[in-house]
Design a protein around this ligand. Structure first.
Ligand code: SF4
Length: 729
């Protein structure tokens, strides 16, 4: 195995180069191993997938294959910026954004920001400072390390990072206690693959070769998704379910499986808790009732259930789209129970995968240092603010005394909330507040920097060192800095260590380097509480050696393969897989899954207020809002960008023709798009894509329509429970 982080011999060109093992840190299950070729001038000249990584298999997706366009983009932010005196917050005409700012040195920026945070904390209390970050980088240090230490020591509000995966994650844990899933390498053994809310070909592309291998071996692929995605178009059967009705379908499948005696009693008796209660519950979910909710026929429900239960092995790839409905937590719970009923976890090529992240147990206490909250002026744990309700947090929180202080300082990094947060009009009203001090650490000028008092240049994953787990495989990786930071760009670790010094924080942990924190993350600690049975053999040295290391329980040679939940791995209160959740029972909530229509759905309490269900879809060639500013990526989205996809029946009913300008609205906002009459979307559902506000005709995006209502489990955003109406302009 080559030591990628060392200089390699000269190539055919007579210039010495090195090849560095990095890891794509974008928010994607694949966490690809990336080999970065660096020339003698220290410039990255090539990125490629690492052929020795068993999941990356030598290729990168279309988003990252052209990554050097992003790293060396002429639009990269290269030095700190301060808003010019007298320039109000808010977007300027596209291309003129820089006119709002003036260049300052890092010293000037850090001094001014530290002074303002200090003043804000003293005047309004430290909880008036709100960090806002998510998965702009999912490297361990970039996602959460020195920043957490800094905000804990300051006494800032804590952010409940719920915007993406919390509903599904919490729900999975209610059933199993720990997030594990079928390894990608087992998928070729499946005879049936169900992609449930999972656009594998679009945004989990390194699973696709394993799916193709299974299909060459005779497997069928079924896709359950309201939208005809790339994956659905390639499937043997596309089930265009109504949004937010996945719970009903999963319960209907259970009804058929149990009615017809297709369950695995041996596995159920040995491994589960609450089976009798579940069996009673699903009796009411007849195929006929389920058909009414889901828009399928009863025969389709029967057929799906029987095929799933009799094709052995069968594996389900569920992705996070499923859990972005109001009942999304219950949807994930119900789907996650299917392989338990059939005993599919026992078989190679069976089971399910939503996330493998539970396998990576870093020592987060050492990395994030929550104990520092006690040393803050608060002297206690700070309040928690839910990021999925940022609009509320910036406009209403603190009006009642019991909430604590209003938010007076917002520190954004790894995120673009002006574009990605729900209820965008409320978010932007809050960000426009003259009394809100906003700092944004970014690689580009975004929709959010339009509201910043200071903009600080951030590094890309080629320009800093990190380690990274994954939520789509079982390899722990080191991402080694390949090139010097461009201009004056700096990493999150550097930024928050510098700010800590300016704030007078004297704790030694603020002197830690990235390498120090990597060592701490992998150290189980004196009490061993953070010890992960799969990670004892992983050390900074072993990671530096090859760049990626398979987790031990998965590739330790002790077992032929890793079959999660076949014998153990549960971490629930009962120690068993829970059909009936003891956590929910203790909370006084119905412990069994049940279908409740989202408030905003065609069968929910708000049905009729607006007639169409709206899907604010992710673009295949962006990563949420990341990459949307690059011409090459935009051109790949040109066909559906700034369009409203609408079924011909809904279009005709409104006198709308393909290419017409249309208005989409509900009681939160209104958006102008161009109609794209499409059969990729079923009647009754319309879809638009997430994009930057500044690329749209009216300076806003799909999130003017989404709400701050939260999911049933995990307090997460409900992007896919939205009702709208559409009219021709
Ligand atoms: S975005 Fe995903 S598929 Fe693309 S390179 Fe990064 S990890 Fe791999």
């Amino acid at each position: 195995m080559p030591a990628y982080n060392e200089c390699m011999p000269a190539t055919t060109e007579n210039e010495p180069i090195k090849i560095v093992h990095a890891v794509c840190s974008h928010d994607c299950p694949d966490s690809c191993a990336v080999l970065v070729t660096v020339n003698a001038e220290g410039r990255a000249v090539r990125v490629q997938g690492d052929p020795s990584h068993p999941v990356t298999q030598g290729f990168l997706c279309g988003k990252v294959a052209k990554y050097l366009d992003r790293v060396y983009s002429p639009q990269r932010l290269l030095y700190p910026l301060r808003r010019k005196a007298g320039v109000p917050k808010g977007p300027l005409e596209k291309g003129r954004e820089m006119e709002a700012f003036e260049r300052v040195s890092w010293d000037q920026a850090l001094e001014a920001i530290a002074a303002k945070l200090q003043e804000t904390a003293e005047r309004h209390g430290p909880e008036s400072v709100l960090p806002y970050s998510y998965a702009g980088t999912i490297g361990l240090l970039g996602f959460g390390s020195m920043d957490r230490r800094f905000f804990h020591r300051l006494g800032a509000s804590r952010l409940d990072r719920t915007i993406c995966a919390e509903a599904g994650g919490e729900a999975w844990k209610l059933v199993y206690g720990k997030k594990l899933g079928t390894p990608n390498e087992e998928f070729p053994k499946a005879k049936l693959i169900i992609a449930w809310g999972a656009n594998i070909h679009g945004n989990n592309v390194h699973l696709w070769p394993f799916v193709e291998q299974a299909r060459r071996n005779g497997a069928r692929l079924i896709v359950i998704d309201p939208y005809r995605t790339r994956t659905a178009a390639l499937a043997d059967w596309h089930i265009a379910i109504r949004p937010g009705t996945d719970v009903a379908l999963a319960l209907g499948m259970m009804h058929v499986i149990l009615r017809d005696g297709l369950e695995d009693r041996e596995y159920i008796d040995r491994m589960t808790h609450g089976f009798g209660d579940l069996a009673e519950r699903v009796k009411e979910y007849t195929p006929e009732r389920v058909a009414e909710w889901t828009g399928l026929t009863a025969a389709e429900v029967e057929s799906l259930a029987r095929e799933y239960a009799t094709a052995r092995p069968a594996v389900i790839r569920m992705n996070y789209g499923v859990q972005r409905s109001q009942n999304g937590g219950t949807a994930v719970r119900a789907i996650a129970m299917l392989p338990v009923l059939t005993g599919s976890w026992k078989q190679r090529g069976g089971g399910a995968q939503m996330s493998t992240s539970g396998a990576f147990k870093f020592n987060s206490i050492a990395v994030e240092r929550p104990d520092l909250m006690k040393a803050s002026p608060l002297g206690r744990a700070a309040r928690v603010v839910n990021m999925s309700r940022l609009g509320h947090a910036l406009t209403e929180l603190g009006v009642a005394d019991a909430d604590g202080p209003r938010v007076h300082a917002l520190f954004v990094y790894n995120s673009n909330p002006a574009a990605i947060a729900p209820n965008q009009n409320a978010v932007r009203r809050g960000m426009e507040r003259a009394d809100l001090f906003t700092v944004v650490h970014e690689q580009f000028l975004t929709d959010t920097t339009d509201y910043a008092d200071f903009v600080l240049p951030a590094t890309t994953f080629l320009e800093h060192t990190d380690i990274q787990g994954a939520y789509g495989h079982y390899y722990l990786q080191k991402s080694t800095q390949a090139i010097e930071p461009l201009g004056e760009a700096r990493s999150n670790v550097w930024l928050f260590a510098q700010l800590a010094k300016r704030m007078g924080f004297t704790e030694q942990c603020f002197d830690d380097t990235s390498e120090d924190m990597i060592r701490q993350a992998l150290d189980p600690g004196a009490d061993g509480l953070s010890r992960n049975p799969g990670m004892e053999h992983v050390s900074p040295e072993s990671l530096a050696e090859s760049g990626h290391v398979a987790l031990g329980f998965y590739r330790d040679g002790a077992r032929e393969t890793f079959l999660p939940y076949s014998e153990g791995e549960m971490a629930t209160p009962s120690g068993r897989i829970e059909f009936s959740s003891e956590v929910l029972r203790a909370a006084g909530v119905d412990p069994l899954p049940a279908y409740l229509a989202p408030v905003e759905s065609r069968t929910g309490p708000d049905a009729g207020r607006f007639p169409l269900e709206f899907l604010p879809r992710k673009a295949d060639n962006y990563m949420n809002s990341t990459f949307a500013n690059l011409d090459g990526h935009r051109s790949m989205e040109a066909k559906t960008g700034q369009r409203l996809e609408i079924h011909s029946a809904d279009a005709v009913a409104r006198g709308i023709a393909d290419g017409d300008a249309v208005r989409v609205w509900n009681d939160r906002g209104s958006l102008r798009l161009t109609a794209l009459v499409s059969e990729k979307i079923p009647a009754g559902v319309v879809a638009g894509k997430l994009d930057w506000n500044k690329f749209s005709a009216d300076g806003q995006n799909v999130n003017v329509l989404t709400s701050e209502r939260l999911t049933d489990v995990g307090r997460a955003a409900t992007f896919y429970s939205v009702l709208v109406e559409v009219a021709k302009i």
